[in-house]
Write a protein that binds this ligand. Sequence first.
Ligand code: SAH
Ligand code: SF4
Length: 399
Amino acid sequence: MNEADSEEMFLHLSARGAVRTDTLEEADAVLINTCTVRDHAEHRAISFLGRLMKWKRQDPRRIIIFAGCAAQRLGNQLKKRYPFLNIVCGAKEIENFANTLDKSGLFAPAGAAATPAPGLLAYATIMRGCNFNCTYCIVPSVRGPVKCLPVQDILQDVTRKAQAGAKEIMLLGQTVNAYEDGATSFADLLNRVSEIPGVERVRFTSPHPIYFTPQFLQAVKDNPKIARHVHLPVQSGSSKVLREMKRGYTRELFLEKVEALQEHGFTISTDIIVGFPTETEEDFQETLSLVEKAHFFAAYCFKYSPRQGTPAAQMQLLPQNVLEKRLDILLNQVRGLSEQAYQRQVGTQQDVLMEEPTKGRTSGNFWVKTSRAFAVGNMVRCEIEKAEGTLLFARNEHD
Ligand code: SAH
Ligand code: SF4
């Protein structure tokens, strides 16, 4: 989501004459797009800001833009603490970034600057905000309630990106599969995006388990362009903890959804939080057993981080060493499962979208190394010969 927001903000800068550089010394302006979902993310952004202070002192005409969720959370405090900031643009204001730039008087008026090509993989934000209130999560307060973008705008955005060369489209939203616009459901949108000329594959993130219905599976089952991978955050394997997190599902319901998705050929990855304040040793064991049962092929695992203003931040924290120990155990287990999932691909036939001359990804999101080079962007049919760690090796390839 942040990468997509950064791209969107960059387009507005680009229309005002900016070009991208990775070298700080060369830059006239820096855009910092921030995350605040965990404390650590926010700290990194703030400490980068500390480093930029020196850069700005060397030439006071230099411009610093601080944007995104940490900007939203810290709001007015920021300008007081860091008076050298030129523009602060909270996550809720990103839609109005063009106006913010113009109001600042720091940039030339927008012209018809060439929009940079998105590359092979492109994002399309289809929904902003979140209507859930998971008790640990700061997202609803920094991003606001759900706003679905009109279907026509999304199709136009994807068409433009596909015409510029994008072949794989990633649809984005915090509960992306809750998308609707009038009579258009999320499944309808997926199907319509996949019909846009040039689009070879459609992915989406992050869906919420409760919106995966039999009707959804029915609607997408005959469309091979919809990638057979779902990133489905579970957060915990204990129904008690899930209730306290206000996730809206039980362990059993989550496993039912996973099973239904797997029956339709989807591989599943997930997000897990360890050390939620009420998580007991038994609850943690339930998470380990769910991870085993669900056959996740990848999982992002996080230590619980209290976020100011959320209900869970009022609760007594578990000791850090408990969080660290649990994270360690979970990460070990996940590593093993990933390797097993890669092994299960051996002997299958796969369509690989080449992202490098000899490397690409399958529909199920596994990385494959080919035995010879192909043009980037080609869809290559291959047989999976072997797996080493989290990489598959192909043979008998043809485009
Ligand atoms: N909307 C998505 C998640 C967005 S936040 C969903 O509900 O599935 C991305 C991930 O950050 C979450 O899945 C969760 O695992 C993690 N996360 C969110 N708040 C957190 C917190 N307070 N501490 C640790 N991890 C957190
Ligand atoms: Fe946060 Fe829950 Fe919304 Fe995801 S669904 S963004 S975890 S409140």
